[in-house]
Each structure stands twice: as structure tokens, then as C-alpha cells.
Design a binder for this molecule. Structure first.
Ligand SMILES: *[C@@H]1O[C@H](CO)[C@@H](O)[C@H](O)[C@H]1NC(C)=O
Ligand SMILES: *[C@@H]1O[C@H](CO)[C@@H](O)[C@H](O)[C@H]1NC(C)=O
Length: 349
């Protein structure tokens, strides 16, 4: 599969080249939550962190970095597959200096959401602050590389936006007041409005290639089954429905944005179907465990609760879809990255 995607990208890239366009993006600018965070929460006073074992145990040098995974994230695989030698650094890390900034940067913060209130609950970095950090990044890059080179990087980069899960699982679904104020449909509208505003702000700053991921099947996250499944081990249908409602509205908003911004390449990357497919038919991709996560008891632990003190953490995460109760394993991320890259081809060509 990886080989097929690479070949496809190569063909598309060559077609692009003949029209005078680049073969690869200039860089990656990443916003969002723990699905794409590579360490921006490490020095914050928040329980939502992953810079300690067993996180990172299958990563390069077996080092925890702040990635909420045993190894690589789907975005890490995507960046590799497009030929980059290094990953965009966490903007708030020591690595984010000098020429390390010249192929992009990562602004994502675990447990942040489209809503500012979601981030405030966990003292993490809200999307609007991520955007301010991105503006700060731009000034730095202009100083380092000159204005013209910087502009080429900003317009030629792929922008990734991955958020929304925490707005549901860590905010709406546990907050009766919020549920009273908004039906699931209205709540989805609220989030999609924030998405629209965010994309418009990025566009104004020169972003032209934006990939936004849909929500995953929320009801299949191990923590969601434990908390909302009423004792059943099946995916929680109500939560998957909520995600599907949001995704439909996100797709409609994406189409409208493209219509009103003809020079914008925007793709809503469907992560819902490939992940649900992995959960429903694990054996097709060499997986065996879909309900239980590798870390701890596999039913509820994530972040600080997934730590080296647990004797039960699985020895080998390869057959598991979920690493902790919210996050997929490196093995699952590789499968998801292939699916997402196939969909993202329009951003590269
Ligand atoms: C812009 O990039 C080119 C190619 O890397 C480099 O030679 C040049 O010095 C850069 N411009 C500035 C102002 O740094
Ligand atoms: C985990 O299992 C897979 C497949 O059986 C194997 O290829 C891999 O080397 C194992 N990893 C570790 C860390 O033992």
C-alpha cells in the first residue's frame, strides 16, 4: 500500500511539474490536538502530556517526545512519505530554532479543540493562540530566510488542521450545561463555524493548501466505550452519529469555502471510514485487538494515567489499533497515513 501511494504521488508530482509546479510541498504547518501534537504541552501545567514512558517506546531512539503514541503519528508518516528528512518541530520546543523552522512547524496542543472553552478546561493551547504562535513563527522565518523565501514557504506549505475530538469527548459529552444549551446538531454547527473562521484567517495569511481531518468514529475510542457504552464492548452508536453529523457539516463548509476562495486547495480528509474499517475488519491489516488499548488496562488510561507504573501495558503494540484509550498505535497510524495521503493528493498536485 505504501509503495502504491508513493508511486501515485510520484505520477501526480510529475504531472504537476509539467505545469511548472513543485514536486513536493515547501513544508508542513500543523494545528490541532493530541492526534498531531509532537510536544507543545511538555512544559505546561496540564495533565494532558505524553513526554514520559511508555509513550515513545517504539519511536526513534525509544524516546518519549510528547507524541501521544508508542511511535509515529500519521502526520509523521505523511511527512516521511513526501520525502522530508525531518519532522516539523513542536513550535514551543528547543528544536524550533534556525533552519529547523524552514520546512514548517507544529503548533498543535493535546486536548485543545475548535472551542476555546475546551482548551481552557485542560490549560492547553487554544486554536486562536496556536494561530498567534504561527504569526510569531512567520516573523522569525522572515528574519532567518528573508521575506521572499519566507513567503514561498508560507504559500507552498501544506496546512494540516486536526481537532474536534476533545470538544466532544472531553467537553460536550461530559458537560450537562453544554448539552442543555446545544443539541448535537447545533453543537456541530458551532464547531464548524469556528473551523470556517480559522480557515479564512489562514487564507488571509497566504495559506493555499489546507487539509482538515474529519472526526474519527468517536464512539469506538476505548475511553468512550468505557465511559458511555453502558457496559457493552461495542462502539457507542450515539457518539459515532454525533461524529457523522459533524463530518457532514464539515464537508459542506469545505465545499462552500472552496467556492468562495477559488485559489484555495482544501481537502476534508476522511479519517472516520478508514479507522472504522480498521476496527470492523482488523484482520485485513494484520490487527487483532480493537477494543482494548495497549497501555494500562486498556479501557480508560491516557496521558498521565498511561505511565510506566502500570504492570499491564502490552509487550508489543503491533496488533493493537489503540495505544491508549484515546489514541491509535503507530501501526494503525501507518495504515491511516496511507488512506489520508491518497485523499490529500489534490493538495500536492
Ligand atoms: C533565500 O533562499 C536562497 C536559497 O536557499 C538563499 O540562497 C538565499 O540566501 C535566501 N535569501 C535570504 C535573504 O536569506
Ligand atoms: C512486535 O510484533 C511484530 C509482529 O509480530 C514484530 O514484527 C515486531 O518486531 C515486534 N516488536 C517488538 C518491539 O517486539
Amino acid at each position: 500500500m505504501a509503495g502504491a501511494v508513493t508511486l501515485l504521488l510520484l505520477l501526480v508530482g510529475l504531472a504537476g511539474l509539467s505545469e511548472g509546479q513543485g514536486l513536493v510541498p515547501a513544508g508542513f504547518i500543523i494545528f490541532g490536538d493530541s492526534v498531531v501534537d509532537v510536544g507543545n504541552n511538555n512544559n505546561r501545567l496540564t495533565p494532558v502530556k505524553a513526554n514520559f514512558p511508555p509513550y515513545g517506546r517504539d519511536f526513534i531512539d525509544h524516546t518519549p517526545t510528547g507524541r501521544f503514541c508508542n511511535g509515529k503519528l500519521a502526520t509523521d508518516f505523511a511527512v516521511e512519505n513526501l520525502g522530508f528528512a525531518s519532522y516539523p518541530p513542536a513550535y514551543l520546543s528547543e528544536q524550533a530554532t534556525g533552519k529547523n523552522l524552514l520546512s514548517g512547524a507544529n503548533f498543535a496542543s493535546g486536548a485543545s479543540g475548535y472551542l476555546e472553552s475546551t482548551s481552557i478546561l485542560y490549560n492547553v493551547i487554544p486554536l486562536n493562540q496556536q494561530l498567534r504562535n504561527y504569526k510569531d513563527y512567520r516573523s522569525k522565518v522572515e528574519r532567518i530566510a528573508g521575506r521572499m523565501n519566507a513567503t514561498a514557504l508560507f504559500t507552498g506549505s501544506i496546512y494540516v488542521v486536526t481537532t474536534g475530538t476533545s470538544d466532544y469527548v472531553q467537553n460536550y459529552l461530559i458537560n450537562p450545561l453544554l448539552q442543555k444549551a446545544y443539541t448535537p446538531d447545533q453543537f456541530a454547527d458551532l464547531l464548524v463555524q469556528k473551523f470556517r473562521t480559522f480557515v479564512q484567517a489562514l487564507y488571509k495569511l497566504g495559506a493555499r493548501r489546507i487539509g482538515v481531518t474529519s472526526l474519527p468514529p468517536l464512539g469506538c475510542l476505548p475511553a468512550a466505550i468505557t465511559l458511555f457504552g453502558g457496559g457493552s464492548d461495542d462502539c457507542v452508536a450515539r457518539l459515532n452519529d454525533d461524529a457523522a453529523v459533524f463530518n457532514k457539516k464539515l464537508n459542506a463548509a469545505g465545499r462552500a469555502l472552496k467556492k468562495s476562495h477559488p485559489r484555495l486547495k482544501l481537502v476534508v480528509l476522511d479519517i472516520y471510514s478508514p479507522l472504522l474499517d480498521l476496527i470492523r475488519h482488523p484482520e485485513n491489516n494484520g490487527f487483532s485487538e480493537t477494543r482494548q488499548a495497549c497501555c494500562g488496562t486498556g479501557t480508560i488510561e491516557a496521558s498521565v494515567l498511561c505511565n510506566a507504573a502500570w504492570p499491564w501495558t502490552c509487550a508489543n503494540a503491533t496488533g493493537y489499533v489503540f495505544w491508549d484509550s484515546f489514541h491509535t498505535t503507530e501501526a494503525a497510524n501507518q495504515v491511516l497515513a496511507d488512506a489520508l495521503l491518497t485523499q490529500a493528493i489534490h493538495l500536492i498536485s
